[in-house]
Design a protein around this ligand. Structure first.
Ligand SMILES: Nc1ncnc2c1ncn2[C@@H]1O[C@H](COP(=O)(O)OP(=O)(O)OP(=O)(O)O)[C@@H](O)[C@H]1O
Length: 235
């Protein structure tokens, strides 16, 4: 028997393929992908438009199930664990379209996510913690208490990021999280992702077109023609 000291995988993607079935034809977007994501690591996924990055993220975040292969969290198949349970307890996702609850304020979006995931801040109330996170994202109390539809696209994106950061989860997924933001705000968010991975042990997985963002991650993955490969960095 051999012993190992390697970091235990938090998410394992094993022989995953995904095919969309249209009325006329079937499109296989992902082809027999194998990859192991670890805790405490900041990953970026690059790839041409239409290469399947969002598809991979939707499978890994438990929004959809692959047409072939398995995805497991801490050694347990997501379908056995329950996709809803996985999404509510273990994984947070920042979507390209934000997916905010549009009948709520920014603050309510954040506190509701904390309630769903059972996240209790180390000190103070959920509301105070949520207001602090929104403030960190440059949204003051007046903006925090506005209905999200009265915020700009970039402000809504920051609410979505604050909502994901508020939840105590094992994995954070983000689809183009800095797309709508100015350079300084985007850099602040990249720094936050690095801290989350390196100081709190979260596995952070970000889909992006930005080489600048990718250069600041620990591992860069490329999705092309249905295959996922890891870039070997010189640094
Ligand atoms: N629900 C769907 N039904 C059919 N085809 C789909 C569906 N969703 C995505 N596709 C197709 O799958 C392929 C991959 O799409 P996906 O959104 O995953 O790519 P992407 O790499 O994230 O693209 P982008 O960088 O432009 O956001 C595309 O050809 C797309 O048209």
């Amino acid at each position: 028997m051999t012993s190992t000291t390697a970091t235990p995988p938090v998410l394992r993607i094993a022989d995953v393929s995904h095919t969309y079935s249209g009325q006329r034809r079937r499109t296989t977007v992902l082809k027999s992908i194998d990859y192991v994501f670890e805790r405490g690591t900041f990953y970026t996924i690059l790839g041409p438009s239409g290469s399947g990055k969002t598809t991979l993220l939707s499978l890994a975040s438990g929004l959809d199930t692959p047409t072939k292969g398995t995805i497991s969290f801490d050694g347990q198949d997501l379908t056995a664990l329950g996709l809803g349970r996985y999404r509510n307890k273990h994984a947070a996702t920042i979507f390209q379209q934000y997916n905010l609850l549009t009948y709520m304020t920014a603050l309510q979006n954040v506190t509701t996510a904390m309630e769903i995931t059972g996240t209790k801040p180390a000190s103070g109330s959920r509301k105070a913690h949520a207001l602090r996170l929104l403030e960190d994202m440059g949204l003051d109390k007046a903006m925090a208490t506005r209905n999200v539809l009265q915020l700009s696209g970039g402000q809504q994106q920051r609410v979505a990021i604050a909502r994901a950061l508020a939840c105590d989860v094992d994995i954070l997924f983000a689809d183009e999280p800095t797309g709508n933001l100015d350079e300084d705000t985007a850099q602040g968010i990249i720094d936050t992702f690095r801290e989350l991975a390196h100081e709190q042990g979260t596995c952070v997985v970000v889909v992006t077109h930005s080489q600048h963002l990718a250069a600041q991650s620990d591992r860069v993955l490329h999705l092309r023609k249905g295959k996922l490969t890891e870039q070997v960095n010189a640094r």
